[in-house]
Design a protein around this ligand. Structure first.
Ligand code: SAJ
Length: 424
């Protein structure tokens, strides 16, 4: 048995939204080498710049920079921590090829006494059935020569650092000893509880957490559509708020659909098993269908066609107050509106780069449109001021119920937010 790992150097593979903050937190107590295939990202980091917005990350980088270096080559280490993407294929299957590529490289450097940790979200049993056998091709044996752990990341973009420090963590170990060693490493920066379990259970916990959230958002979206179809004064937002006062009820918020690198993807990993869960497939379709539902309302308002209509989307980020556009619902709005031959404009105060960057415009230009859909709950959209806008929109669909005040309209604009509507 391995007696314990003397950690001298840690290599973090993948310097994205999870890998970089984790690397910097580990660099508080260890020498950390970050490895990323993006030369652009590595060059930025080596120039002292952070490649994306995240509260507190710049300050942390300044604090630990003597213990951190970035490279486009994997450096030999005692601990390898993998935080690379696991996207979804077109056919809705999990694509673990980036993890496999990272492990192939680790295998070449693996030596007796090392610890390999995967933080990326992965499908059930991949550690035991795919990743460990791959590393054992090095000739080294798990639990005898090296340990393998799965420690799924659980932090939320926009509050990543705080959650990485204060949330509880789950560590699935190839053995009890391996899990305890991994726990010791995380105790260097985690102030929440750290629970250990086996690899298979840890993989499932992560997938269950995100599926739980997806199911609850789908339920809230179904409620919103029911309210929208009723001819009543009932407000879905108030109803949810009051229902949630019940001690065992926690209905989530309806919206334009679900984005981010986790929630629209991870539930599919569970349907990637022998048991074909129809519930999971259905909730995915409900959440992905919200853009279509909202556009249908706008089309009905314009008496059945959106041809040539100038329509602005407020928000490209997948959720409020971040610059992250991964899997953003805005993409679905763009595709559907383009299919309807509308003229699409997008505004986002945080997003600089985006697959539809050529549609990005100023807030003033976006407000000067025939219809406005609020897709992202950025705090900048709490007040909309049309005072200096010549043409007032005919309809505003606030899919987030984020607007608190609208100034400068003439009483002819219809403001809608799932069921509730009024002229402003
Ligand atoms: N959303 C709603 N209604 C809600 C809550 C969220 O429409 O009531 C939307 C958001 O606007 C966004 C999407 O869902 O488009 C997902 O946002 P989120 O804030 O719920 O979650 P993520 O994707 O930023 O992070 C999630 C988190 N998981 C859970 O809360 C269970 C985070 O803890 C995980 O670390 C992360 O996924 C991940 O990496 O798996």
């Amino acid at each position: 048995m391995l007696r314990g790992i003397k950690i001298k150097k840690i290599s973090v593979i993948g310097l994205g939204y999870i890998g970089l903050p984790t690397a910097l937190l580990l660099a508080k107590n260890n020498k950390v080498q970050g490895y990323d295939i993006s030369k652009e990202k590595v060059d930025l980091l080596n120039k002292g710049k952070i490649p994306f917005e995240e509260p507190g990350l710049k300050e942390l980088f300044e604090e630990v920079k003597d213990n951190f270096s970035a490279s486009t080559k994997l450096q030999e280490a005692d601990v390898y921590l993998i935080a690379v993407p696991t996207p979804l294929s077109e056919e809705k299957y999990s694509d673990i090829s980036y993890v496999i590529k990272a492990l192939e490289e680790v295998k070449e450097k693996l030596k007796k006494g090392d610890l390999v940790i995967v933080e990326s979200t992965i499908p059930p049993s991949s550690s035991r059935k795919i990743f460990i056998p791959l590393l054992e091709k090095s000739g080294l044996k798990v639990n005898k020569d090296f340990y393998f752990s799965h420690c799924p990341e659980r932090a939320i973009p926009g509050n990543t650092l705080k959650e990485m420090v204060h949330n509880s963590r789950i560590i699935g170990g190839s053995s009890k000893e391996g899990a305890i060693l991994t726990k010791e490493l995380y105790l260097g920066f985690v102030e929440g509880q750290i629970y250990t379990t086996n690899l298979d259970t840890a993989e499932m916990i992560k997938l269950m957490e995100n599926t739980y959230r997806d199911v609850n958002i789908a339920l809230a979206n179904e409620f919103a559509k029911i309210f929208h179809s009723l001819d009543t004064n009932a407000s879905v937002w108030e109803a949810i708020k009051l229902a949630n006062l019940h001690p065992r009820v926690n209905i989530h918020r309806p919206g334009p659909g679900v984005g981010g690198h986790c929630i629209p993807i991870d539930p599919w990993f569970l349907s990637d098993t022998k048991y074909d869960s129809t519930l999971i497939q259905q909730i995915r379709h409900i959440n992905d269908g919200m853009a279509n539902f909202i556009i249908t309302q706008i089309r009905d308002y314009f008496k059945g066609h959106l041809f040539g209509k100038e329509i602005a989307l407020l928000g490209a980020a997948y959720k409020g107050n971040v610059d992250d556009t991964r899997e953003t619902p805005t993409n679905r709005f763009v595709k559907l509106l383009t299919k309807n031959n509308s003229i699409v404009k997008i505004h986002d105060p945080h997003v600089k780069e985006y697959s539809y960057s050529y549609l990005l415009t100023t807030l003033e230009d976006a407000l000067d449109s025939e219809a406005i859909i609020i897709v992202t709950d950025h705090k900048e959209y709490e007040t909309l001021d049309f005072s200096n806008i010549r043409r007032k929109p005919k309809i505003i669909f606030d899919a987030r119920n984020i607007v608190k005040e609208i100034k400068g309209t003439n009483g002819d604009t219809l403001y809608v937010t799932f069921g509730e509507e009024r002229y402003i």
